[in-house]
Design a protein around this ligand. Structure first.
Ligand code: AHR
Length: 629
């Protein structure tokens, strides 16, 4: 094969081109990225003691609460006999992961239960999986007003499924609320290892907080960003959209504490160097269908103002100065500097006329108040069977800036669609491939229980050459979903899997990382016999130039079962020297990375010598390569 690379830099590759999409699905936030180890810390789950074991004399109350929006708390009173104990235990999310030599920050809000009480005492312990206490601390409570108490515990061993216990140590009764335990190495309340997994992708865009959870099962349970800011203790609980969904995986205990809220999302975007892209409800509940209980499923167009205000206020929260109401809240929370929000999404995966008629007033009011903010609309549900013509027509009429397309499809679809954007309209809105993943059909036929494996990852790598080639119209793309807890997932494949101690980067993660790391700054035209390389003989290729490093970068996927020899001719280039070749390959299409074998499929680097303006490569079967020179 002879590939010609035109070395004249073409369309810019947007800094937002490759990014991440976060949703609290598969225990991605509570129980995942959000490092809180206590489940139901505020006793607000519908069954107030869900997640808690109790012994002795424990009752729940909401009289004179510590927090208005999270009013329930527990009272621990004497068990009534000197040989009996009162207390609580919490096993966290599928057991508490405890690490050797790690400190754990325990906090609790407490007061004496009796107004005339003198002094109460509690003892907190972290406990291993054999029921042996690892460390313990006592706390004395001498106040009949709510007060925050903090102690540190330390683990002298690593335990996969530990727990925490609290005992009443006095005859005097005590009220407790917001019982919390964080590992000492957390980053702003987030799990440091998972933050690193995101940072290492070099993402340019960060879409949050969903997905379906933006919309909620009904309007009441939609994600409300205003509930997710301010003191974490007073952010009201919300049912997760993924609570009790999908019959093969039932998690009745799936709620959002909003501990990971919009402020934390913005901070995270800043930390990982990605542009934030918040998505808000457009006034339609998720995947509503005729026949569902339509109570609370959609807001009348004339009643949308609260929803539109949420969008306008969010822009003020992110960008307003400290004299504005919402800008002040951001500053009070610790970030006086604006977050420099540039775009906002309204609605997720909506279809049919109900969506554009609701989006219209959002567009009008956002444009009027914030003309520089880009608006991201949606083209409808997953492509594959159907395509997005109706959605796109409507988005063009509304003149949104970007259109969010989703596709969860088999590997064959990804291979066939590498040329998908070659003929897209260049004048209208830009493309945001906001959710995609290659799904190798699961054993039970469910589309959402496919596995992360090399067959899927290679088809994504091949498809992404088409995104890159069309970077003049494709401005951003994000794989989905991002995270999954090995003990608590509803949907797979997912980019990063974790348990309570560690995480694993899937084979798909490495594809995303290679694109994100080597995204370049300008598209270079790459052709074979004058045509784009998008599947002929199993080969897929694209090229970019990177201005800061002055490097040509070529990405080639060989999805065939034969090695292929390719000569790359860089038209007009002279004296090309050593090329760096980064290869991602597995002999077995089923190959996967796991917590036990995290490095089964990882990139390997080698060098090749170019000859003048040519570089000759042999690309092994079933391989993705990034070539830099
Ligand atoms: O990524 C999982 C779900 O897929 C998202 O919540 C939704 O947007 C899509 O249907």
């Amino acid at each position: 094969h002879q590939f010609t690379v035109n070395t004249k830099p073409g369309a810019p590759v947007q800094s937002t081109m490759y990014g991440i999409f976060f949703e609290d699905i598969n225990f991605g936030a509570d129980g995942g990225l959000y490092a809180e180890m206590v489940e139901n810390r505020s006793f607000e789950f519908p069954d107030r003691l869900m997640g808690w074991g109790t012994f002795g004399n424990v009752t729940v109350s909401d009289v004179k609460p510590a927090f208005d929006r999270n009013p329930h708390y527990v009272t621990l009173e004497s068990a009534g006999h000197h040989q009996k104990v009162t207390g609580l235990e919490n096993r966290g999310f599928f057991g508490m992961g405890l690490k050797k030599d790690m400190t754990y920050d325990f906090t609790v809000y407490a007061r004496l239960h009796n107004l005339q009480g003198k002094e109460a005492k509690i003892r907190v312990e972290i406990v291993d999986d054999q029921d042996v206490p690892i460390d313990r601390k006592s706390i004395t409570i001498g106040n009949n007003k709510w007060q925050k108490y903090t102690v540190q515990l330390k683990s002298n061993k690593t335990v996969a499924k530990g727990l925490m216990r609290i005992f009443l140590e006095s005859a005097e009764a005590v009220d407790l609320d917001h019982v919390s335990l964080f590992p000492g190495d957390n980053w702003n309340g987030l799990r440091a290892d998972l933050v690193k997994d995101l940072e290492d992708l070099h993402p340019g865009i960060f879409r949050f907080p969903g997905g379906c959870i933006v919309e909620g099962t009904d309007l009441e349970t939609r994600y409300q960003w205003k509930h997710s800011v301010g003191a974490a203790e007073d952010r009201p609980l919300n049912e997760n959209r993924w609570n009790y969904t999908f019959p093969h995986r039932l998690y009745p205990n799936y709620y959002q504490t909003y501990g990971l809220g919009f402020y934390e999302y913005f901070l995270l975007a800043e930390k990982i160097g990605a542009e934030p892209l918040p998505v808000l409800s457009c006034g339609l509940a998720c995947q509503y269908q005729n026949g569902d209980n339509d109570k609370n499923a959609h807001v009348a167009v004339d009643d949308l103002q609260t929803y539109i205000d949420d969008a306008l206020d969010l822009i003020e929260f992110a960008n307003g100065d400290v004299t504005t109401k919402w800008g002040k809240l951001r500053a009070d929370m610790g970030h006086p500097k604006p977050f420099n929000l540039k775009q906002i999404g309204i609605g997720n995966e909506q279809w049919g006329p109900m969506y554009p008629e609701r989006l219209k007033p959002f567009v009008e009011q956002i444009r009027a108040k914030y003309p520089n903010i880009k608006i991201c609309g949606s083209s409808g549900p997953t492509a594959g069977g159907k395509d997005f013509d109706y959605g796109w027509q409507e988005m063009r009429k509304l003149n949104v800036d970007l259109v969010d397309e989703h596709y969860y499809c088999p590997p064959g679809w990804f291979l066939k669609n590498a040329g998908r954007y070659d003929n897209y309209d260049r004048k209208g809105p830009k493309v945001f491939a906001g959710e995609y993943a290659s799904h190798v059909a699961g054993k039970d036929g469910e589309p959402t229980v496919a596995k992360n494996n090399w067959e899927a990852a290679l088809s994504e790598a091949a498809f992404m050459t088409g995104l890159e080639r069309n970077a003049d119209v494709v401005w951003q793309c994000t794989y989905a979903p991002l995270f999954a807890h090995v003990d608590g997932w509803q949907w797979r494949p997912d980019l990063i899997w974790f348990d309570n101690l560690k995480s694993v980067r899937s084979v798909n993660w490495y594809v995303q990382m290679l694109y994100g790391t080597y995204k370049g700054t300008n598209v270079l035209q790459l052709t074979e016999n004058g045509k784009p390389v998008e599947g002929e003989d199993g080969l897929y290729a694209s090229a970019v130039y990177d201005k800061p490093t002055k490097k040509f970068i070529v990405k080639i996927a060989n999805a065939s079962d034969q090695p292929k020899q390719v000569v790359l001719n860089f038209k007009g280039a002279k004296n090309l020297a050593t090329a760096q070749v980064i290869s991602l390959h597995a002999d077995d299409k089923q190959a996967t990375n796991s917590l036990e074998q995290p490095n089964n499929v990882v990139p390997k680097e080698s060098e090749l010598q170019a000859n003048g303006s040519n570089l000759t490569l042999t690309i092994p079967a079933q391989t993705f390569q990034v070539v830099r020179l």
